[in-house]
Ligand binder design. Structure first.
Ligand code: HEM
Length: 186
């Protein structure tokens, strides 16, 4: 779907596998931890486990976009055009992670949930980057794979963030509960 030129781009992994393997290991660690962290039953019954796994998850959440940026530099995905979107999303993810951490330390668990949901959704959103946008841009818009990757780098995390906002804004969701709590406090 993404064309032969895209396959050639992927061959760069064989020539220099270290960075992509590190990135994949960090990604697997984060996804496994996040699945446990978002499981309400585990949170309710094993608070200490949530805290311990949380520290591992935070470290992998920070390393994931950092190694992603390193991959965008090492591999010939999009050239220099691939750097700005990766730096932008790295900054967004780290900012959300920092706010989530600060909220947990202040016992503001609604804030913790809101910010970590955004950070997680952006990180997971990167999955749609190559599976959805790359092939759509190459197949239907006939973009050069390098240009398509640069465009896809912008879209992947954006749709994750949008999905998180929709999920958080649901009726009786965390944003509604936080608004209600603030109104009561006033
Ligand atoms: C990837 C997702 C998550 C990560 C990495 C994470 C990480 C953490 C960390 C590191 C702590 C301990 C903070 C401290 O030492 O004070 C913590 C505490 C907590 N988190 Fe999360 N968390 C995640 C998701 C969630 C979600 C979705 C909720 C849902 C509301 C939540 C609710 C809590 C609560 C209630 C505590 C306090 C536990 C306690 O000290 O008794 N977390 N989290």
């Amino acid at each position: 779907m993404s064309g032969r030129a895209f396959l050639d781009m992927l061959r760069a992994f064989d020539r220099n596998p270290l960075m992509i393997r590190i990135h994949a290991c960090v990604g697997i660690t984060f996804v496994a931890c996040a699945a446990l962290q978002f499981w309400p039953g585990l949170r309710r019954r094993h608070r200490t486990a949530h805290r311990r796994i949380g520290y591992v998850a935070f470290v992998s959440l920070i390393c994931l976009p950092a190694t992603g940026l390193a991959c965008a530099i090492v591999y010939p995905f999009a050239g220099p055009a691939g750097i700005p979107p990766n730096v932008f999303w790295l900054t967004c993810i780290l900012t959300c992670a920092a706010y989530s951490w600060r909220a947990a330390r202040r016992n503001d668990f609604l804030g913790h949930e809101i910010w970590i949901t955004r950070a997680t959704a952006m990180s997971m959103g990167a999955v749609s980057l190559f599976t959805l946008y790359e092939s759509a841009f190459v197949h239907w818009l006939h973009l050069d794979p390098h240009v398509a990757t640069a465009a896809a780098f912008w879209c992947g995390q954006a749709d994750g963030l949008l999905a998180a906002q929709l999920w958080l804004s649901r009726k009786d969701g965390p944003l509604a509960r936080r608004r209600a709590a603030r109104a009561t406090a006033r």
